[in-house]
Design a protein around this ligand. Structure first.
Ligand code: NAD
Length: 506
């Protein structure tokens, strides 16, 4: 918006970091510089912001003349990069989460305090239209005080273990993703706990997190993106069931119970009456302002508003929603949940880093999740002519963004299991969905068989390696035998599709 004073921003980490370009234009935030060690990411960014200064060298980047830096580098680097940017005199908007160990958190708090600069965590989910709207209702007192909430960020991201965020396979192909391949999902607690904290204003003080071990097939053994539930005690004694990770169904539930009303936020439903059997009403969440621009941004408008709150904190001196202390509260909940997991779910206190005497206890606490080396998932003497195909084959077998509907192993499993359940399905619309899946498998059978065979060759070459086992696990659980037996399966699918189904109306 041209009437807003200009803010000069540099973006550090150009995968996720490139998602903010459109919103910046609207908010008169000029992107003057970009930094990424990956040439691929730099090239893509250059196409979108051709005039920005571009470098792979972070020191050169931080010397550039700009007011603020948006940090979207590796999950485990955020504290080090934030401190470096603050020390270089820049305001910081940092992607989730703020830090990886308590010791890094202490160093970050003190870097923010000595810098006098604005620090905000880029936790965007609380700024979706529905969350901001229900926050306004909460502030009007409609809900009373918080009793209980169930918030989920179950987001299955297996393919991101083997690709970058834009679906490009990891390079070199025999590596897994730097951090997504192993990260314990408790660390990623902010997309679900963040909205509860912002809507209610409450602070988490204690967490219990019993361990759950099974994962859907195709992850590397020791991966942490299973289902990770937390029971969090808030500072008024309320409980929040916070659920992260991924399984065989995504969920973004946002259910909340107050003393006067309850709501299913994702469904825009409220129950009034201060009783279990009060009146349920469907509401019509509206933006406060700038809705049209926010609608175009990612994550239901959240990506737009986190930038705008950051801009206001710098240029209009308005306190932002995620100052360094609130950022510590949410980040430390995930870190302490992992410690609770290690104690079989016993409660662990969430320290308050506003207090120096509390920080002193964690100043040297560098403990973090133990994990496999994503760069050593095949033996050291591997033949890279074989293993170099790994991330590409994984990417072709599995996929996160599915603009053309299901593909790869997900398509295969859904089609074959859909055939098994066909007579149980209610309604022709869903039956036709299964028919379409089966038609797609039939049409793609030669391609699918080729990808599955290439995957099997890698698994068979290194059967005992982490990479080989993950590949075998994926193929075996997604109808490998049927897919490679193209002839028989093609006949079987054609016969199934040709079977007269009197119950199915056109
Ligand atoms: N809030 C959200 O909705 C959301 C969505 C996606 C990702 N994220 C967060 O954004 C961050 C980045 O995610 P991503 O998907 O782009 O993942 P990523 O880890 O694949 O990308 C990080 C990028 O930073 C670059 N990089 C790393 N270290 C660097 C350095 N020292 N100097 C220059 N460049 C460097 C890498 O080359 C890479 O392109 C993650 O921390 C993730 O948690 C948040």
């Amino acid at each position: 918006m041209s009437d807003k004073p200009k803010l000069r921003l540099g973006i550090w980490g150009l995968g996720r970091g490139s998602n903010f370009i459109e919103s910046c234009r609207y908010l008169n935030i000029e992107i003057v510089a970009g930094c990424d060690t990956s040439e691929h990411m730099r090239e893509k960014f250059h196409e979108m912001v051709p005039k920005a200064f571009l470098t792979a060298d972070e020191d050169e980047f931080l010397q550039y003349d700009m007011d603020a830096v948006l940090i979207a580098t590796f999950f485990t680097s955020h504290a080090a990069h934030s401190i470096k940017a603050l020390d270089a005199g820049k305001h910081v908007l940092c992607e989730v989460t703020s830090f990886f160990t308590p010791a890094e958190g202490v160093a970050l708090v003190e870097a923010v305090e000595r810098s006098g600069k604005v620090y905000q965590l880029a936790e965007n989910y609380p700024f979706r239209k529905d969350c901001l709207y229900f926050k306004r209702l909460w502030e009007q007192g409609i809900f009373g005080d918080l009793i209980y909430a169930e918030f989920d960020y179950l987001h299955e991201c297996r393919s991101l273990c083997y690709t970058y965020i834009d679906d490009t396979p990891i390079e070199p192909g025999y590596w897994a993703h730097h951090w997504r391949s192993w990260l314990n999902a408790h660390y990623y607690c902010t997309h679900s706990l963040g909205p509860v904290m912002q809507i209610t204003g409450r602070r988490p003080i204690k967490v219990c997190a019993p361990r759950t071990t099974p994962l859907i097939p195709g992850y590397i053994e020791g991966a942490g993106w299973g289902v990770t539930p937390e029971l969090i005690t808030m500072d008024n004694g309320a409980l929040v069931r916070n659920l992260m990770g991924g399984a065989s169904g995504d969920s973004h539930r946002m259910d909340i119970w107050g003393t006067h009303a309850s709501a299913r936020i994702a469904q825009s439903e409220i129950r009034l009456g201060g009783s279990g059997h009060g009146q349920v009403l469907k509401l019509n969440p509206r933006w406060d302002s700038m809705g049209e621009a926010a609608e175009k941004a990612g994550h239901g408008g959240g990506d737009f508003w986190e930038l705008e709150f950051f801009r206001r904190a710098i240029l209009e001196n308005q306190p932002g929603p995620w100052d360094i202390y609130r950022s510590c509260d949410v980040t430390l909940t995930g870190i302490m949940a992992i410690r609770s997991q290690e104690l079989d779910g016993a409660p662990v206190e969430i320290p308050d880093f506003r207090r120096k005497e509390v920080r002193d206890k964690f100043r040297n606490d560098h403990r973090s999740q133990q994990h496999f080396d994503p760069r050593a998932i095949f033996p050291a003497d591997q033949d890279t002519a074989i293993t170099g195909e790994f991330s590409r084959v994984m990417c072709e077998t599995d996929a996160l963004s599915l603009p053309d509907g299901l593909k790869g192993c997900i398509l295969v499993r859904a089609a074959f299991d859909g055939m098994k359940l066909f007579d149980e399905i209610e309604g022709d619309a869903d039956r036709y969905r299964v028919v379409a899946l089966v038609q797609k498998v039939l049409a793609q059978l030669p391609h699918l068989a080729d990808v599955y065979r290439r995957g099997r060759a890698i698994a068979d070459a290194y059967p005992d390696s982490l990479g080989g086992r993950a590949m075998r696990d994926l193929l075996d659980n997604y109808y490998y035998d049927k897919i490679i037996d193209e002839e028989t399966t093609s006949r079987e699918l054609s016969a199934w599709l040709g079977t007269p189904r009197p119950t199915l109306k056109r």
